[in-house]
Design a binder for this molecule. Sequence first.
Ligand code: BDR
Ligand code: CA
Length: 303
Amino acid sequence: KLPIILDTDPGIDDAVAIAAALFAPTLSLQLITTVAGNVSVDKTTRNALQLVNFWNAGVPVARGAATPLVRPLRDAAYVHGESGMEGYAFIEHDRKMLDQTAADAIYQQLMASPEPITLVAIGPLTNIALLLTQYPDCLPRIQRLVLMGGSAGRGNFTPNAEFNMAIDPEAAARVFASGMEIVMCGLDVTNQAVLTPEFLATLPERNATGKMLHALFSHYRSGSMSTGLRMHDLCAIAYLVKPDLFMLKRCFVAVETHGEYTAGTTVVDLDDRLGKPANASVAIDLDVEGFRQWVAEIMAQMP
Ligand code: BDR
Ligand code: CA
């Protein structure tokens, strides 16, 4: 099994990605770390613990950064609801988060593991940037970073920037400049990763997880229940399990931090106009039918 650490800001599509990370037979989810993004870090941490409790999973949760590196948080409650996971009444529980920051917990896990670990980041990259700053010696312990974020084309938060990059451009810039192996699943593929209304309608009959996700989906604004919903974050997990569904291009990627209108834009040099060494593999196309088939398969693994 591939050992992974998942950094997340649940978030409705994050919830689906967490489910897939827990139940994909080829993955071993070792740690969940939370970050401020879709909603505050207190809420994303509460949401992560509620999900872990829902599946009665043993995976530890550590809380990360409450704000981006230098900017104030602008959240996406308009997409995910005030709580970040609006629509389902999770039961009370007494699970606790780890008594460690996200960066400390990731570092400890990386150093204790007999093999390098794959990091998966599906929120703003604040925790990953802090990890690199605080623990530069961990770099060789990271197998690679697979992230949901960015775009080679248009944005979904500002005209040119995708949400995760736009919320913490300085963190994203630091991560892309770090030299670590990066796979970027941006809007170029995640906007295609749409679950159809017909499929969504079948969720409640599938299992308890399907019922819960269906309830969340009725509040999720990345698309609509009647035209289909975009599973942005799930693409990062899909890539780990079914890499053949994705077409990748190795190239240079920089993150704009100074632009008046463009902060957080990923400058994806697909045609090598800048002549800089490649630092990322960028997903540029998705086998949509294959993706949908995999989602149905992975749903069947869930309780
Ligand atoms: C990203 O923004 C968030 O709202 C989603 O959870 C996803 O990580 C999509 O741009
Ligand atoms: Ca997310």
